[in-house]
Design a protein around this ligand. Structure first.
Ligand SMILES: Cc1cc2nc3c(=O)[nH]c(=O)nc-3n(C[C@H](O)[C@H](O)[C@H](O)COP(=O)(O)OP(=O)(O)OC[C@H]3O[C@@H](n4cnc5c(N)ncnc54)[C@H](O)[C@@H]3O)c2cc1C
Length: 440
């Protein structure tokens, strides 16, 4: 008699109100929120957690999402490094701007954490489970289709395929954008060159002392920038971001490219003189993209699956958390009070606009950072008209700014534009940053 292999992967409830693809920050927040509202939600996650992920510096405004879903106490007791500021500096540290969150415009956005993402994401995913969501790890979604008003989702688990159906889907699969691809959702062109990041974790990187020891340090070179993020008492995440086609010599390894750029900075080469790598050198490339709409046909795109612009101001996880919460709330509302097709269309537009507006404010500062003259203005803050506080609040993730912040951001951009024609703040010689010309 032939023995039959029993299926290892037997879904408990084949039909779910909501299936969430991906258990990163966006997916875990959405799952927690839905479960807490009594809505049956299943997370299908490709990996087994904890797993490595880049994106370790949080923004203070993400704290409110973590508090809303009730995971804040678990985060505060996890021993992550407190982040109270962000430093923007030059290769020789001749100019440094320390953005202290407590001095920002919005009260309460004083601090957050630098996190090892493997642990942070694991805490969030377990919290979703503890909140009542079902979580299936090592379950890669391979196909999706829409049949008779439902989503049909196929996932592979240890060589077996299981099929689920759902009323709604949240695509939180990060830059894999499972649903965006399957639905061939339109992407908006972005005016950015292809960029890439090379990074690793290191022991023995020299840090600042005191409260500033937990800062992220963002250091600009003429054609690249570095991050240094303390993610444990001894380990620092260091990465370099550069244009894809301009950075690498023929045959050069990622490791030697990384160290060649480190050695272009007197400050960083000193700080890393005794650094030892604790992992492999990894790369990420061509990461900037945005879907035009973040929702359609009872599917919402959350976090990176909707859009990812640039890592320079550490906004990715914040936007993922916020969009996970918003997506869950929109879907919970639609499930409890069913909507006409017209009202559903409004839901997609409302959700898309809510997220695109937030991304748009951050993008204005991202664009300034990559522009030499605008970066000179950014690196020379003046107390005039409380401009630095306004910029500070955006950098803390205050991305639904009041009019008071919005007009200051507008003024900042006008000063940046003027700097191209007149020297309003000291110029930076980007090839050799120490040679700043005096202010006129
Ligand atoms: C170089 C670089 C540096 C960055 N630095 C920062 C930073 O300092 N701070 C910051 O806030 N952000 C940073 N980011 C951005 C940050 O990494 C992301 O914005 C954030 O992780 C997005 O979260 P998410 O939940 O949307 O997606 P993810 O965290 O990517 O999670 C998606 C999940 O979906 C799963 N998945 C994928 N495909 C499937 C599938 N087919 N089936 C099932 N599951 C699937 C994946 O395994 C993953 O667990 C950085 C990004 C880059 C590229």
């Amino acid at each position: 008699m032939t023995s039959l292999a029993l299926p290892v992967f037997t879904p408990v409830y084949p039909h779910h109100k909501v299936v969430i693809i991906g258990g990163g920050p966006a997916g875990s927040v959405a799952a927690s929120r839905l479960a807490q509202k009594g809505i049956d939600a299943l997370v299908l996650e490709r990996e087994k957690f904890p797993r490595f992920h880049i994106g370790e510096s949080l923004l203070p405004n993400g704290n409110h999402v973590l508090k809303t879903i009730g995971v804040w106490d678990k985060i505060t007791s996890a021993g992550f490094i407190e982040k109270r500021g962000a430093q923007f500096t030059l290769a020789d540290r001749s100019r440094t701007v320390r953005n202290v969150f407590a001095q920002g415009w919005i009260p309460g956005l004083d601090m957050t954490y630098q996190v090892e993402r493997a642990r942070f994401d694991d805490i969030l995913l377990r919290h979703a489970q503890q909140s009542g969501a079902q979580v299936q790890e090592e379950s890669r979604v391979t196909r999706v289709s829409r049949t008779s008003g439902h989503w049909r989702i196929e996932a592979e688990h240890q060589g077996q395929t299981a099929t689920f159906t759902a009323d709604w889907v949240i695509d939180a699969s990060g830059r894999h954008c499972v649903m965006g691809r399957a639905m061939k959702m339109e992407k908006s062109p972005l005016p950015y060159p292809g960029r890439m990041a090379v990074f690793n974790h290191f022991e023995h990187v020299v840090r600042d002392r005191g409260e500033a020891a937990g800062d992220i340090i963002v250091m600009r070179l003429s054609d690249a920038w570095f991050w240094a993020i303390p993610i444990s008492p001894t380990v620092t995440s260091v990465g370099v971001v550069l244009q894809k086609n301009s950075g690498r010599h023929t045959g050069e390894s990622w490791e030697s490219l990384f160290w060649r750029k480190v050695n272009e900075s007197p400050f960083l080469s000193n700080a890393m003189a005794h650094a030892t790598a604790v992992g492999e050198y990894r790369i990420e490339s061509d990461y900037s993209f945005s879907h035009t709409d973040f929702g359609r046909d009872r599917c919402l795109l959350a976090g990176d699956a909707a859009s990812f612009i640039d890592p320079v101001f550490s906004s990715g996880v914040y936007l993922a958390l916020e969009s996970g919460l918003l997506a869950a709330d929109e879907i919970a509302d639609a499930l409890t009070s069913p909507k006409s097709a017209r009202a559903e269309a409004k839901l997609y537009a409302r959700y898309t606009n809510a997220m695109k507006n937030r991304i748009g404010y951050m993008r204005q500062l991202i664009d300034a950072y990559y522009d030499d003259e605008a970066c000179e203005v950014f690196m020379s803050p003046r107390p005039t008209l409380r401009l630095p506080q306004a910029i500070n609040s955006i950098l803390a993730g205050g991305l639904t700014p009041s009019f008071a912040v919005r007009w200051r951001l507008w003024l900042f951009k006008q000063i940046c534009a003027l700097q191209k024609r007149r020297v309003l703040v000291p110029k930076i010689n980007w090839q050799s940053p120490s040679e700043s010309t005096p202010e006129k």
